[in-house]
Write a protein that binds this ligand. Structure first.
Ligand code: PLP
Length: 376
């Protein structure tokens, strides 16, 4: 097997017990466990609304769509986003015919407030922020900046399940926060996500849009009485984006262990940090920002010979990853190539090291030794 980048850990018996409840009740779809998971997620995060979805990609799309509808944005209005992210982030903007304007990153690998400010035009409507690897970067300054310029703020928290900033789960300041519970994220299910709007009206609209635009879901129809349950209306051209009870069943179990799991991820990261402390001339770990207790979805280092190092590590059966390729190098977003030089530079130098709950200190030491040997 070697040392893989990501290996999810499931509490198998507990997950099976929760899934069994769904099967015995004969309810695997929207409602039942999805409602329970939404309630538990609101309690955990302190966010006022939560709607369970089949992915964060769906969530990001709906986030943009709802804000566009509610705020009367037009096609080709602009959203400022980061080029160093999974492509879902930026596709979400493009799905709604808005223009992705890329701002450069800073040393945290998150989008830089200075560059956001430079890229604001009279068409700018929002900023999409990604907490890379669970790090909050300059999030607080971006919140301020959005307030100052009257911009909406969307937080792609796909990596941030469990991240705290100054002791609190960040997100209350954003107009909408989207989490991913995809198979290799910190709270793995198989595929699912959560969307948390600040405003209740947006949450309401979102629930219709994730269920084909239908104004009443099957679960509330089943639990309500009366002969006219079938007579719902379809108000919008919606999508099939909502989550199901099997995924929620797994999520409910995983949530119980999220903080404990993240704290072990931080422990692994501390071991890496210590091993690299004397090698700062050739190995630079990306630092967690001040006040941030990171979920540590990723442990990223910056090196001079990334591609060569990656191949050498593969020879030793160590399989790191790269998060991410500069999105402006993709054909879809080539129009922005050259607008974010720091992203371009760092994207060629970063490496995400294996980080998961089945690793031991011995694994960290083994990987660290190889990296120290092969890096230049
Ligand atoms: C994984 C990921 C997504 C998409 O999540 P899915 O649940 O797989 O759709 C979005 N943004 C970032 C930064 C991600 O890492």
């Amino acid at each position: 097997m070697g040392l893989q980048l990501f290996v999810p850990t499931f509490r198998v018996d507990e997950c099976l017990q929760e899934i069994k409840e769904c099967l015995e009740k004969g309810w695997t779809g929207l409602g039942f466990k999805t409602v329970q998971f939404e309630e538990e997620w609101k309690k955990y995060t302190g966010l006022p609304n939560a709607h369970f979805l089949n992915s964060a990609t769906a969530g990001l799309h709906i986030a943009i769509k709802v804000l566009k509808m509610k705020n009367g944005w037009g096609d080709l209005d602009e959203i400022i986003s980061t080029p160093l992210t999974f492509i879902s982030t930026n596709h979400a903007i493009s799905y709604e015919n808005l223009k992705v304007v890329f701002a450069d990153i800073d040393n945290s690998l998150c989008i830089s407030p200075e560059d956001i400010e430079k890229k604001i035009t009279d068409k700018t409507k929002a900023v999409l922020y990604v907490g890379i690897g669970g790090n909050t970067g300059e999030y607080t300054r971006v919140v301020e900046l959005c307030k100052k310029h009257g911009l909406k703020l969307i937080l792609d928290a796909a990596h941030m399940a469990g991240t705290r900033l100054n002791g609190e789960i960040p997100g209350k300041e954003a107009d909408v926060v989207v989490y991913s519970f995809q198979a290799v994220k910190n709270l793995p299910t198989a595929d699912s996500g959560m969307i948390c709007f600040k405003d209740f009206e947006n949450d309401e609209l979102c629930r219709k849009l994730t269920w084909l635009g239908i104004n009443k879901d099957t679960y509330s129809r089943t639990s309500s009485k009366g002969a006219y349950k079938w007579k719902y209306d379809v108000e919008h051209l919606g999508y099939k984006y909502h989550g199901n009870s099997i995924m929620a069943a797994i999520g409910l179990v995983q949530l119980k262990y999220l903080d404990q799991d993240n704290s072990y991820r931080r422990q692994l990261s501390v071991w890496y940090d210590k091993n690299f402390a004397n090698w700062s001339n050739k190995i630079k770990p990306v630092m967690v920002s001040e006040g941030c207790e990171s979920s540590r979805h990723l442990y990223i280092i910056e090196v001079n010979n990334r591609d060569e190092l990656l191949l050498a590590l593969n020879e030793s059966e160590i399989y790191p990853g790269v998060h991410y390729r500069d999105n402006t190098e993709y054909e879809m977003y080539l129009y922005a190539n050259g607008t974010c030089p720091r992203t371009h530079y760092l994207s060629g130098r970063i490496l995400s090291l294996p980080l998961h709950l089945q690793m031991t200190k011995k694994d960290v030491d083994y990987i660290s030794d190889k990296i120290i040997n092969y890096s230049k």
